[in-house]
Design a protein around this ligand. Structure first.
Ligand code: MN
Length: 734
């Protein structure tokens, strides 16, 4: 195939550069870059057998054709020295400067992005990633020229590499060139890719184009003569030429618009370049006056430029022979933009800009670019639309793109952390992450990632796994779910022995008390544990196993009688026999429920409300209303099943059972004194459970007492506080 493989040496390159760069210091910079690159790449050969420097000259030549500035050309010449020749950042900057280094670094970074063949990574995303990562548009321009030369020399690569690189060029690089309006480069990239991806079709279309060439050339030349004569009469300065579609665009239109080859090729194309916008419209007027315009085919891209800044007038006309021509009319400047796109907007003008101004100019043009997109929604090429603004919205605002050290690109929502990154790569990686570095620096795991960050995770097989803290900062629900799953599993694992222990304890206790082992079955036991607001058998056994529900209390409920609780009187069990087997005299509930007299009402065992407490009713399933204290945590989350209840002060006085927790310093006769106080304040004790704490200094005592009301309870607590050695006295909720 016809490839632009002109053998260019440095002198040819310099000649092209000197057409627009003349200042000695700029030329010196380019020469210095050239000699530096030549020396560093000295030993290296390309696959084609040429010395490596020839690649760099070609890239620089393509850049010079685009009329970029001297620093961009220098960066083009140097774009592989850091990656391939191990030149360090420090050495590079010492030799050149930081700006050129950043350009080279950007090109290298993009080159290292591996566009994996993953379904979630569509070609469109690849383009956005690439642009998001190259914060300086000059980086992309250098990369496009680099890719162009690589494509021109692709035949030296192995077959599978050819296909892979060609596909990537077609999916990623050619569309970027298109978006930037660099149609010359875009067309060449497309045709080269087309050739390697589908050689058969490529040759077929090339052959058909060739077959028609003579006839077409005749028709076009005839039309050109007619228009020349017409416009010369009017004294308008202009250039006119025919143009041919490139092969891939013919193929693409056949494919996407379901047209036959003939239908596409039958459109003959002519371009007229003139001096001013006004001339363009004038030329259009004369042409429409002399030929038959096809209705609906006039497009004014001068008044309404395309999103990639393309400007031109388009019309389609028919001549007397019945041939149809597509005519484009534009100024030289518009033509430059059409061929070179954004590059044409900041054609380097020597002496006019310094580097910073050049960069500022680029950015202004890019924002102009975005503005154009937003006002030009009805662009006739669907794939053109919303390019820059989706880029802006989706990729700069809501997503970050980060890389693994191997160059794999991962997109994450804004605010994501190394933990989100870890779980995106693999669940096991997430679970075993113990640390992370970003761009080589060790960072906390909750560090927010930025686009372009290279994230390196530290994992350990000994890692304890995700902690609950991670849930506070992870951004993705994916990571959150995996962490929760892990924690739940871990808790289950931890629970199992405790549940088994609970079952065993319960069983032993049943045996000890000669009670029916049927209590071990879920169904029978449900009546018991529902009294603790527990819904699952396992949860109940877990509570027994970890002693959060005293087994004795359960037994009490089972045997439905008051049993004194003397199981663990560590300190002073001499009183055990004296602790009464008293019956609590709760007769009627003493509680009123609004609008429901005959409802079954009972007091909740967990918080044991006392006459005078703020209370609330909880509607149970099949057990009427349970009355809880308003601050009982067991009902706080059950808003929908709560009803208002109040004490019926007119009722005969009841006694209410409460549990009081006492923390004391251990001493002889402690329990004796407590019981004495209780008898003094006329509070009947129905149970006690006291044990020495782990510190071996303090004692925890739970006593169950019957009180008349909250006033009585306050009195009890106040007096218990006076017992020598008492640290804390409180009413508790189970
Ligand atoms: Mn290269």
């Amino acid at each position: 195939m016809a490839q632009k493989l002109i053998d260019i040496d440095f002198n040819t390159l310099l000649k092209e550069i000197k057409k627009y760069i003349k200042q000695p210091q700029n030329l010196a910079l380019i020469k210095k870059a050239y000699f530096f690159a030549e020396e560093k790449h000295q030993e290296q050969m390309r696959k084609s057998g040429e010395p490596y420097i020839s690649h760099l000259i070609q890239v620089a030549y393509a850049l010079a054709e685009l009329r970029v500035g001297p620093k961009t050309i220098a960066a083009g010449l140097l774009h592989d020295v850091v990656e391939d020749c191990g030149v360090t950042k420090e050495d590079f900057i010492a030799e050149f400067d930081e700006e050129i280094y950043r350009l080279v670094e950007g090109v290298t970074k993009i080159g290292n992005i591996e566009f994996k063949d993953e379904k979630e990574y569509l070609a469109a995303n690849h383009r956005k990633i690439l642009i998001a990562m190259a914060k300086d548009i000059r980086v992309i321009i250098i990369k496009l020229c680099d890719r162009l030369h690589n494509m021109r020399t692709l035949k030296f690569m192995s077959d599978d590499k050819q296909i892979k690189i060609a596909q990537e060029t077609l999916d990623v690089y050619a569309p970027i060139a298109h978006r930037l309006g660099m149609s010359e480069i875009k067309n060449e990239l497309e045709d080269l890719s087309f050739y390697y991806i589908n050689r058969e079709k490529y040759y077929e279309i090339a052959r058909q184009v060739e077959l028609r060439r003579t006839q077409r050339d005749e028709q076009v030349n005839h039309m050109i003569d007619e228009i020349k004569a017409l416009l010369s009469e009017q004294g308008i300065h202009f250039k006119i030429f025919g143009r041919s579609k490139h092969l891939y665009s013919i193929y693409y239109k056949m494919l996407t618009k379901h047209k036959k080859f003939e239908e596409i090729l039958d459109l003959l194309a002519i371009r007229i370049i003139t001096d001013t916008d006004l001339n363009c419209y004038e030329v259009l007027g004369y042409i429409h006056a002399n030929f038959v315009p096809i209705p609906g085919r006039l497009k004014d891209y001068i008044a309404m430029p395309k999103s990639n800044m393309y400007q031109s007038l388009h019309t389609t006309i028919m001549n007397k022979q019945g041939n149809i021509f597509e005519v484009q009319i534009r100024t030289q400047h518009m033509d430059d933009i059409a061929e070179r796109g954004v590059a044409a907007h900041w054609l380097y003008k020597e002496g006019k800009y310094n580097a910073e101004q050049e960069q500022k100019e680029i950015e202004e043009k890019l924002s102009l670019f975005r503005d154009i997109v937003s006002i030009n929604e009805d662009d006739d090429e669907g794939d053109d639309q919303v390019f820059m603004d989706t880029l802006q919205r989706d990729f700069f605002d809501t997503n970050v793109y980060v890389m693994s050290p191997k160059g794999r690109v991962i997109d994450l929502p804004n605010g994501s952390t190394p933990i989100d990154f870890a779980y995106r790569i693999h669940t096991e990686i997430g679970h075993s992450t113990v640390g992370a570095t970003i761009n080589g620096a060790l960072v906390p795991l909750n560090t927010v990632l930025k686009t372009g960050d290279v994230v390196n995770l530290r994992t350990s097989k000994q890692a304890v796994g995700p902690s609950e803290d991670w849930l506070k900062f992870v951004k993705t629900s994916h990571a959150r779910n995996k962490i929760r799953g892990f924690l739940a599993r871990k808790e289950m694992e931890n629970r199992t022995p405790t549940i088994e222990k609970g079952v065993q304890m319960f069983k032993d206790e049943l045996t000890r008390r000669s009670l029916d082992h049927e209590w071990l079955t879920n169904k029978k036991l449900e009546q018991i544990y529902s009294q603790y607001n527990i819904r699952e058998y396992d949860d109940f056994m877990y509570a027994i196993g970890n002693k959060s529900i005293p087994l004795s209390n359960v037994m009490e409920k089972i045997s439905k009688r008051r049993v004194s609780l003397l199981s663990t009187l560590n300190i002073n069990n001499i009183f055990s026999s004296k602790v009464g087997l008293q019956k609590k005299s709760i007769s009627k509930s003493g509680i009123k429920v609004a609008g429901a007299d005959s409802i079954m009402i009972s007091l909740a065992g967990c918080c044991s409300p006392v006459l005078g407490d703020d209370i609330v009713g909880f509607i149970t399933k099949g057990h009427g209303v349970k009355v809880h204290r308003k601050d009982c945590p067991n009902v706080k989350k059950e808003k929908s099943r709560l009803i208002d209840v109040e004490w019926d002060y007119g009722q005969v006085s009841n006694l209410y059972e409460v549990i009081i927790h006492i923390e004391s310093n251990d001493r002889n006769f402690l329990l004796n004194d407590i019981i004495t106080v209780l008898s003094q304040v006329k509070a009947q004790m129905v149970g006690v459970n006291s044990q020495l704490n782990e510190d071996k200094i303090t004692v925890s005592t739970n006593i169950r007492v019957l009180v008349n009301d909250t006033e009585h309870l306050r009195n009890v607590i106040a007096n218990l506080k006076k017992v020598e050695g008492t640290l804390r006295v409180e009413r508790i909720i189970q």
